[in-house]
Design a protein around this ligand. Structure first.
Ligand SMILES: O=C(O)C1=C[C@@H](OP(=O)(O)O)[C@@H](O)[C@H](O)C1
Ligand SMILES: C=C(OP(=O)(O)O)C(=O)O
Length: 460
């Protein structure tokens, strides 16, 4: 690919804005919290709202940097996303095919989901748009998206390696496609389905391993027919029929299980703790962490299980527990893909070996999350072995020493996991930069200190 030169100002967090923190051993964490709205659903609510005809309303939208980048892109494309305060948003949708060419490059900051799903949306629009992001997003692979969307007729210009900046010219109309996912990725699945909305006929994504199905669920809520069936060898086929009209609706976004993981794991590790996380989305394709922790002996209970807006929701209670190491089933990786860094922290406090494999995808997240997690645990005095596709953590069934300094590598989940380690370890843990936490969980420190955590900015 050839195309635009590197963006001039895409790093949302220049080095000068680094925010070093110290997380110190604390007494019991107690209380009830409501972590912010689910990130995956928030991106999708904005995108489907933009593609509907008329006004969609959203409550509980996650107002983090990643999601705000998507809201900005939606508005730059002519579908106004308006903040009505306290997580309530309105999106004035322009209909499938109705988005306008943006005046400037679309900057997705640190967000793989926003960027990749929007590529799918715009692949079905006869317009040209340039996608840029911060240093982390500019390293992440985009060929996984541009390959299927090229088969649908979209054109891409960008660096040979298939990274941002990329200029996309949409197809008019795109061709329907049947596509087998080469990696277990809900972002790739969603990009193809979203492009398929503009295609005359049926677009099918074949999933050898099931991934989060929020795009499918939310498309149904907007009145679009999505068929899911299980074929030979357990391969799931997800089909959308294009050229439909999306009807505006109200989306109520439940709390994000990937964010709830941090206070809940901290409660398991800090002696005497008892924490309740309210309204957490527990879609089985997202809730793998909680099953694994229970298998490790965690005292975790789902209370008040119910359904909200097409998704299962529960209040989750976690109490201090003695954990034991297990072999984490690799086939469940997609259902907890963002939770491995904090699971690895829990494993470091468990008795015995926890084996985590089948995690190649972790190498292409905001950081190389296998290397970054291993380095984090080593800095905190834990025993860990890095594997090509995962890691083995050996715990001694008690507190780890802590006392280390963790490099977060522009990765919010490494930063929050290191904080959890510091709260439960024998000695404080410092992190070089907490700034990225705002990409998914801006209120993290306030929420955690409200439970009794000791987390403070330092002078570096
Ligand atoms: O579709 C989504 O909302 C997401 C899918 C996952 O990425 P992959 O599709 O790359 O696995 C996950 O890591 C990301 O945080 C959110
Ligand atoms: C991988 C993540 O997000 P994204 O791919 O949207 O950047 C994450 O939030 O852990």
């Amino acid at each position: 690919m050839t195309g635009p030169s590197s963006p001039s100002s895409t790093a949302s967090h220049p080095a000068s804005a680094a925010q070093p923190w110290r997380a110190s051993p604390c007494a019991a964490l107690t209380g009830a919290v409501r972590v912010p709205g689910d990130k995956s659903m928030s991106h999708r609510a904005l995108l489907l709202g933009a593609l509907a005809v008329g006004r969609t309303t959203v409550s509980g939208l996650l107002e983090s940097e990643d999601v705000i980048a998507t809201a900005g892109a939606v508005t730059a494309l002519g579908a106004r996303a308006v903040d009505r305060g306290e997580g309530n948003w309105e999106i004035d949708g322009v209909g499938i095919g109705g988005l306008a060419e943006p005046q400037q490059a679309l900057d997705f900051g640190n967000s793989g989901t926003g960027c990749r799903l929007m590529m799918g949306v715009l692949a079905g629009h006869p317009i040209t748009a340039t996608f840029i992001g911060d240093a982390s997003l500019s390293r992440r692979p985009m060929k996984r998206i541009t390959d299927p969307l090229s088969q649908m007729g979209a054109r891409f210009a960008g660096p040979e390696g298939g990274t941002l900046p990329i200029t996309l010219t949409g197809a008019n109309p795109p061709l329907p496609l049947t596509y087998t996912l080469p990696v277990a990725s809900a972002q790739v699945k969603s990009a193809v389905l979203l492009a398929g909305l503009s295609a005359p006929g049926q677009t099918t994504v074949l999933e050898p391993v099931r991934t989060r199905d929020h795009t499918e669920n939310m498309l149904r809520a907007f009145g679009c027919e999505v068929a899911v069936d299980e074929g030979p060898h357990g391969i799931h086929a997800v089909r959308v029929t294009g050229e439909c009209e999306l009807t505006p609706t109200h989306v109520d976004v439940p709390a994000d299980p990937s964010s709830a993981a941090f206070p809940l794991v901290a409660a398991l590790l800090v002696e005497g703790s008892d924490v309740l996380a309210r309204d957490v989305m527990v879609n089985p394709l997202r809730a793998g962490l909680f099953s694994v922790l229970k298998e490790m002996g965690a005292d975790i209970t789902f209370e008040n299980e119910r359904e909200t807006g097409g998704e299962r929701v529960a209040d989750i209670r976690a109490r201090f527990s003695s954990l034991k190491g297990i072999v984490v089933p690799p086939e469940g990786a997609a259902s907890m893909i963002d939770e491995y860094p904090v699971l690895a922290v829990a494993a470091a406090f468990a008795e015995g070996k926890t084996v985590m494999r089948g995690l190649e995808e972790l190498r292409v997240k905001e950081s190389d999350r296998i290397s970054a997690t291993v380095a984090m645990l080593e800095a905190c005095g834990a025993e860990v072995e890095e594997l090509e596709d995962g890691m083995i953590v050996t715990g001694r069934g008690g507190r780890i020493s802590g006392g280390g300094h963790v490099l977060t590598g522009m990765d919010h989940r490494i930063a929050m996991s290191a904080v959890v380690a510091g709260l439960a370890a024998e000695n404080a843990v410092t992190i070089d930069d907490a700034a990225m936490i705002a990409t998914s969980f801006p209120a993290f420190r306030d929420l955690m200190t409200g439970l009794g955590a000791q987390i403070a900015p330092t002078n570096g």
